[in-house]
Design a protein around this ligand. Sequence first.
Ligand code: TSJ
Length: 642
Amino acid sequence: MAANNDYNASNIQILEGLEHVRKRPGMYIGSTGIDGLHHLCYEIVDNAIDEALAGYCDNIIVTIYDDNSFSVEDNGRGIPVDIQKDLKISALEVVFTKLNAGGKFDNSSYKVSGGLHGVGASVVNALSTRCEVSVYKNGKVYFQKYKRGVPEAPVAVVGDTEKRGTKVWWKPDAEIFTETSPHYDVLAHRLSELAFLNKGIKITIIDERVKPEPKKKELHYEGGIVSFVEFLSQGNKPLHKPIYMSTTQGDTILEIALVYSDSYSETVYSFVNNINTHEGGTHLVGFRSALTRTLNEFMKKLKLTKKAVEKLDGEDVREGLSAVISLKIPNPQFEGQTKTKLGNSDIKGIVEGIVNTELTKYFEEFPEDAKAIIQKSIIASEAKAAARRAREATRRKNALDSVGLPGKLADCSEKNPENCEIYIVEGDSAGGSAKQGRDRKYQAILPLWGKMLNVEKTRIDKVIGNDKLDPVIAAIGAGIGADFDIKKIRYGKVIIMADADVDGSHIRTLLLTFFYRYMKPLVLNGNVYIACPPLFKIEYPVTPQKKEVKYAYTDEEKDAILKGLECDPEKIRIQRYKGLGEMNPEQLWETTMNPETRNIIKIGLEDEYVANNLFSVLMGNDVESRRTFIETNAQYVNNLDV
Ligand code: TSJ
């Protein structure tokens, strides 16, 4: 009797816990939108990753099914199934029904060697209409299933098996989630991060919603974060072989891989316990400071100092740097707006010390590498000084009016940036039509002229002082590079408008590259758009006297419109627009600028790594990798060339 009462008592507690998860899901998974939906998958995958880090599994398969349900399977030891003394139920059931202590939304717990199990499994279970778990262990298949978190029956043996591992299947509850269709690209991006950060683990993602053959990607990197930096610096010529360091101090594991290339941009990603610390933090500060210090020391030691450059600063030594920093610590403190900034204050000194020691060792062994890096940093430093001079020169040059705006800019009257848009228009004739056609209250027009610069092949000194880019920088009004301040932007929407042909596509790509490299927050924040002018004008009679006009933005749309017309086909006039200049101001307003009828595409970065590669490979110096990239990624290239 007593045992039975205990079971009921603990069961009631469990039910209350699960109910709370369903009542306040945000507390456990952050949101009930698409991010929360993906979070369920990450929670489950993390458990399998822990098993891999403990050394017991090397294969993880993530599947998305037709009905938007998921499964994750590993080949580990299998979740323990023995009966827990205090709760008198299987450990497996505890994992899926009992909230872990605190039950707060945090993904910060790091299990140094596979300690705890089932972090978050009960939360996933509570937020799913159905969930099923199979454990392959001791030659048997153990099984349990749940409805909205509640077990249908005790854990039972349902068969024999030679396999070892754990498989969890769940269907997120549409009563909880506002979005129920997971994004393959977002999941694949996170899983590839995990595969890079945890070398040797094979992670497969399968999307069965794609027909006739499911979409499938195998992620497996024996090189770990060395493969990661090689991937990040793809498309640029490396100055040396990647440098790798790995140190364990007690529970702290630090791994760093870095490589310099001939690129002018910096690509550094930092992680703490496999979580991307987008906002940086003490580990990144420690790394940067050690890098600057060590390179300055070797500049002296190798007698590379110049009169004009006696000391390198942080910006100089990061030009062309690709690096991945992966730190594992027991109690990370996450701060910042998105809780992705490491706050642990002791970490700065620890990382700085390790990097100083390890880099010094490396450069002593390979002074040629140190020399190549330092020489590049010196040129970067000289370019920065030149840029400063150029900036002062432009200020004096009087290209800007009294308030510092470019002369060619037709500004809007509204002053609140949130309501303002700027159209950046290639070509003077299109610029003229746009000026006449716009709504001058909130739409500004900046016509571009002159030769467009490929910033991927240029240092900042040439960007400042460039005829074509200077007005863009001045009009947006928020600076560039390290000085860019998104709070100062003068327009909420920056819309690139160019012809729908090859030249227009080239201009779009060059401008996007410029925004990505020199005003990255503008792109990440979703302020950059591409205007889509129509390709066809279709004129047709509705009565013998009256004609009407429709516009088509693609070939397919044109065909669909033609199919739907009921008049005599002979009387239809189709005009193919070769450029924006062929449209009069009213047509331009109607088709491309009127918020009610226009077609504009917001530039987003579903996958930041892919975007980074896209720009350096498409616009960079390495012709060979550009060719292979275009062959293998034609789809992305199309996306960019909309
Ligand atoms: F919990 C879960 F559902 F989220 C989940 C756990 C999901 C998936 C896909 C895998 C796992 C999981 C758990 N894989 N492997 C494990 N391992 C253990 O829980 C385990 C096994 C044996 C021992 C032991 O000491 O013998 C210890 C642990 C933690």
